[in-house]
Design a protein around this ligand. Structure first.
Ligand SMILES: NC(=O)c1ccc[n+]([C@@H]2O[C@H](COP(=O)([O-])OP(=O)(O)OC[C@H]3O[C@@H](n4cnc5c(N)ncnc54)[C@H](O)[C@@H]3O)[C@@H](O)[C@H]2O)c1
Length: 281
């Protein structure tokens, strides 16, 4: 059920790949809340049936772009303003990819060409998007821009690899550009630090099933799923959060503030249930 939270608002949603994608859920919710928007993803992803299906469902034009290409991003903002009939009110950056993770290169044996790509795709593209929008004056006053992050930006998680560095950079760009965009144009910029979530990008992380289970046991409210994330992002695009900017906002069921929970401790203690463990080792 919608509450008209985004009635009359225009936006651009980057990163919906399939119906597991966080951006996909956000697009569906934004549509329910009365927004009109365009969708963007890589040319390959845009040719896939699923993105076309989402476009039809949300009455949204699809504009392909490699988010590392400034020219492509200029085209997305230009075309979006033409299609939507003016400047936009919200932009979602829901993009991440690491070739080191994909090719199973561990953190102490990174391929530096891959690392450059990880940073460009997953973090610098956020800066490029903001710089293009700023120069084109493509976002209305009190507009809202969101990037999606993960707590590995602050703390080390086994297997998250160079994506941790990308997320640290993404959050820093959100703060640095948030200051300038807020000061000059009253546009707010935040990152949402989301629980581990079952998606195409998420499934590339080493040990993701264990991580999801651990996070869930650690979080007093349990993991936030993609649908929960969509609900939260809608509030951040709405006028109800006009003075929130330059923040990294945890959306993780409380995980980031827990050191050890009863549920996680109970599971951990099971590994010591063998009475004669000491005598064996
Ligand atoms: N899944 C999780 O556990 C989790 C947790 C916290 C944050 N996040 C973040 O959420 C965001 C969305 O990821 P998701 O989990 O929905 O997975 P996803 O795989 O559905 O989305 C990632 C998107 O990035 C796009 N992309 C990759 N390279 C691109 C490029 N060069 N140009 C444009 N788009 C490109 C992909 O096509 C895809 O649509 C990412 O930033 C991810 O790091 C995910």
């Amino acid at each position: 059920m919608g509450f008209d939270l985004l009635k009359g608002k225009k936006g651009i949603i980057f990163g919906a790949l399939n119906d597991m994608s966080i951006a996909w859920k956000i697009a569906e919710r934004a549509h329910e809340e009365g927004a009109t928007f365009t969708l963007s993803n890589t040319p390959v992803a845009c040719r896939m049936g699923e993105v076309i299906e989402l476009g039809k469902k949300c009455n949204a034009e699809i504009i392909p772009a490699d988010a590392t290409s400034v020219a492509d991003l200029e085209n997305v903002f230009q075309k979006s303003m033409e299609v939507l009939g003016g400047k936009v009110d919200f932009v979602l950056h829901s993009i991440g990819m690491s070739l080191n993770v994909r090719k199973k290169r561990v953190y102490h044996d990174l391929d530096y060409n891959y690392l450059n790509k990880t940073l460009d795709i997953s973090a610098i593209s956020f800066h490029k998007m903001l710089q293009v929008a700023f120069k084109m004056d493509a976002i209305n006053e009190w507009g809202s821009v969101l990037g999606l992050s993960y707590v590995a930006a602050q703390r080390t998680f086994y297997g998250y690899n160079d994506m941790a560095d990308a997320k640290s950079l993404l959050e820093s760009i959100g703060r640095s550009f948030g200051y300038i965009y807020g000061r000059e144009r009253k546009v707010r910029i935040n990152t949402v630090s989301q629980s581990p979530t079952v998606t195409t990008a998420g499934s590339g992380v080493k040990g993701i099933d264990g991580l999801i289970d651990f996070s869930d046991r650690m979080s007093p409210l349990g993991n936030a799923d993609a649908q929960d994330c969509a609900d939260y992002c809608i509030t951040l695009f709405s006028d109800m959060t006009r003075k929130v900017t330059m923040q990294n906002l945890y959306h993780d069921g409380g995980f980031s503030n827990v050191g050890m929970s009863l549920r996680a401790m109970t599971q951990y203690n099971k590994s010591f249930d063998i009475d004669d463990l000491d005598s064996k080792y």
